[in-house]
Write a protein that binds this ligand. Structure first.
Ligand code: ADP
Ligand code: CIR
Length: 342
């Protein structure tokens, strides 16, 4: 493996931080699961438009390749190497109000967390057999869920193209063929061991073996963030009794992509902001102030349509779940106010 060079137009964190010295110091290291620097950087080397460009193979990757990962983590999350992540998902004394009681701006609200199982390598290097074993373990637990969370598991293998497309278009299911994930090894053996669990009214969903082994999702129409988050916490409380997740005292929940470490939580609204869409400076200043991120309505690396944006918390590590929720709550409140007076 030779030191990769990037064209000057490359803006990824990988290209910013992978110096020749760092590369030489890390290039022969391997985690117990066999994950190397070459594997960690492949996505960013092959996809020059990456914003980050690296993925992990297991919890140990974040320690062994810390000279690279820590720089990216510090830059993205503002989380220094001497910090420790803290979790808090208790919102019982929070007075979150309905953000858009007349239903003028917010179309839907979604909160997801990424989780990976302790004792397994991450999806980048998991074997086919391990992926199937993991799927079975997860599905056994999900099938036991009761009440509002009760539902069914639908494996991707054998799912008709029509059903798959409908679930994708309705924003319930992950897309296929993401080239960033492809380069990282996360699409190997597609669609084996992948699937989606959802309750009967599709307000609680779990993606199995996509970018992370589990994406646990609560979503519904409208802007009731509190209700959406509380449903997610109820589900997490139940699932955590049966499955143990990969968790580091320093970095919180371990995820394939370093942007998801910590809470691994992304709380988002689909929100219609036609006036702010034409006042980009004002729009961006609110986004920056409240530590938010803009995505397109079909998810990451997509465009907005009809002035509807996906707005979510950008910080996931070094803030608690409640603090990340505060970012989105206050930020969306400010966006709506700015849209109103524009
Ligand atoms: P993730 O949120 O898991 O990081 P994506 O950004 O690719 O990944 O989004 C996954 C799917 O969730 C996409 O179909 C996206 O449109 C949908 N989604 C995200 N936020 C919302 C929301 N607030 N309402 C409805 N669908 C949403
Ligand atoms: C990139 O570097 O652009 C892709 N690897 C995606 C980075 C962000 N990932 C994420 O939010 N999960």
């Amino acid at each position: 493996m030779t030191y990769p060079t990037f064209p000057p137009s490359t803006t990824s964190y990988l290209s910013k931080y992978l110096t020749k010295e760092l590369f030489e110091a890390l290039k022969d290291k391997k985690t117990v699961n066999g994950f190397t620097l070459d594997m960690a950087i492949k996505s960013g080397v092959e996809n020059l438009d990456s914003s980050i460009g690296v993925y992990a193979g297991d919890e140990e990757s974040y320690e062994l390749f810390a000279p690279l990962f820590d720089k990216i983590i510090e830059d993205y999350h503002g989380f220094g190497a001497n910090k420790r992540h803290k979790s808090d998902r208790d919102i019982h004394n929070k007075s979150y109000k309905e953000l858009d009681s007349k239903g003028e701006y917010i179309l839907s609200t979604r909160v997801r967390v990424g989780r990976n199982l302790a004792g397994f390598p991450l999806g980048t290097i998991i074997s086919k057999e391990q992926r199937y074993e993991l799927e079975q373990r997860v599905v056994d637990v999900l099938k036991e869920l009761k009440g509002e969370l009760e539902g069914e598991y639908y494996p991707l293998m054998g799912m008709s193209r029509e059903t798959q497309n409908r679930l994708i278009n309705d924003h319930f299911l992950f897309k296929e063929g993401d080239r960033f994930l492809e380069s990282a090894g996360l699409n190997r053996d597609w669609a084996e061991g992948r699937g989606i669990f959802h309750n009967y009214n599709k307000t609680f969903l779990v993606w199995v073996n996509e970018e992370d082994q589990l994406r646990i999702i609560s979503m519904q129409k409208g802007g009731n963030l509190k209700e959406v988050f509380e449903r997610l916490v109820t589900a997490l409380d139940a699932i955590e009794q049966k499955l143990s997740f990969s968790y580091s005292e320093r970095l919180g929940y371990i995820s394939s992509c370093p942007t998801n470490l910590g809470t691994a939580m992304r709380a988002s609204v689909h929100i219609k902001l036609p006036k702010l869409a034409n006042n980009i400076d004002k729009f961006n200043s609110i986004i920056k102030k409240y530590h938010l991120q803009i995505r397109g309505v079909d998810g990451e690396h997509t465009q907005s349509k009809g002035a509807v944006f996906d707005i979510s918390n950008r910080r996931r590590l070094g803030v608690t779940e409640v603090e990340a929720l505060d970012d989105i709550y206050s930020g969306v409140e400010a966006l709506i106010e700015a849209e109103r007076v524009s």
